[in-house]
Design a protein around this ligand. Structure first.
Ligand SMILES: *Cc1c(COP(=O)(O)O)cnc(C)c1O
Length: 355
């Protein structure tokens, strides 16, 4: 790995006061180019611009995939990744589906560790804050031929993730648009999945909702995901989430929360869940929580769910009563090195490079 350090760090403690996500980039980025069937030796260099021509193939045919993960710092100053092998495996599943090359473990995992190590001062130790890590791969061949490209770029960039306070978000159940279909790319973290979700989300915003609860594309009768998160529903004291499928992204947060929920001794069901079931539970007063789970925000407890012209208001639960908030605290405590990690999820970033 080649390391070219920044001459003068751009870091100031002010970067930890940002309120918007995804704009305060750290000093360095990692790059590796794929050409002639192999990846170049990765280089870590100062974060900055790259040069491309308008014929860059990703702009035309959309071979672009990414990952989202975080680095955490404990009060003692130790820096951790969280289950990075899951993101590594998922990136290669996405790559396969988009007919892109696999990334190697030394570039992805060792690259992440080296980059986070070098930029460790950018990892905040405030509870709930972290450094967001964004591995991304896209087709860079200079060709507007409609076929899989022969050249790709793999990049890891990082940005300070602010502490999201729980904004009261509401969601609209999709009854017309879909983010994924059978045989499609819904399970992959493909850039195009996001592109296709923006317009329906925009329409939902005009109706006063923040995000969409995606349903199955064929019948719009099964609950699948919420915004760009997996979704969990609590009916009575039963926690239910849909099984992953080729339409549903296999979230690391979802998987971790299911394990934590089971350890709580709660009644957890991984099965299909219908819109009717949620609607009827609300009518009967049994719908206690609907929440999204994902790396960026961890848990979003929704305050209302829109169904047709109806707005189903959800009860307000205290953090001690809410399954979503209980699981969030358990998870963040493990991620930040506050509680024991019986699952072996934390991966320590050793201090090897001098910043
Ligand atoms: C990234 C993502 C998730 C959440 O996955 P995590 O690994 O928990 O961050 C869920 N759904 C979609 C559509 C996503 O893109």
């Amino acid at each position: 790995m080649i390391i070219e350090k920044i001459k003068e760090s751009r870091f100031t403690p002010d970067v930890f006061n940002i309120e918007t996500f995804g704009t305060a980039f750290s000093d360095h980025m990692l790059l590796s180019w794929y050409k002639d069937g192999k990846w170049s030796e990765p280089i870590i260099k100062p974060y900055g611009k790259l040069e491309f021509t308008p014929a860059i193939s990703v702009a035309h045919y959309g071979q672009g995939i990414f990952e989202g993960m975080k680095a955490y710092k404990s009060a003692e100053g130790e820096v951790f990744l969280f289950r990075p092998e899951k993101n590594f495996e998922r990136m290669n599943k996405s790559a396969e589906r988009l007919d892109m090359p696999h990334i190697t473990e030394d570039i992805f995992i060792d690259g992440l560790k080296a980059l986070v190590d070098l930029d460790r001062q950018w990892v905040p130790d405030t509870y709930g804050m972290s450094l967001y890590l964004r591995p991304v791969m896209f087709a860079t061949e200079e060709a507007i031929t409609a076929r899989s490209a022969n050249e790709y770029l793999f990049v890891i960039l990082t940005a300070v993730a602010p502490n999201y306070y729980n904004k009261p978000l509401s969601v609209k159940i999709a009854d017309r648009y879909s983010r994924a279909a059978n045989g499609g790319v819904g399970f992959a973290k493909a850039a195009g999945n996001y592109a296709g979700s923006f317009y329906p989300t925009h329409l939902a915003r005009e109706e006063g909702y923040d995000q969409i609860v995606w349903t199955d594309d064929a019948t719009h009768t099964f609950i699948e995901e919420a915004g760009t998160m997996n979704v969990m529903v609590r009916i009575g004291d039963k926690l239910i989430t849909a099984p992953t499928s080729e339409r549903i992204l296999n979230g690391v947060t979802r998987d971790s929360m299911l394990q934590l929920a089971e350890a709580q001794g709660w009644d957890v069901e991984v099965r299909k869940i219908t819109v009717d079931e949620v609607y009827n539970a609300h009518k009967n007063g049994n719908l206690k929580e609907v929440f999204g789970v994902g790396t960026a925000v961890v848990v979003n407890n929704y305050v209302a769910v829109g169904y047709g012209d109806e707005r189903l208001e959800l009860p307000t639960l205290s953090p001690e009563e809410s399954y979503g908030q209980i699981l969030k605290k358990k998870l963040v405590d493990i991620q930040m090195g506050i509680s024991e990690d019986p699952y072996g999820w934390r991966v320590k970033v050793e201090n090897l490079v001098e910043a």
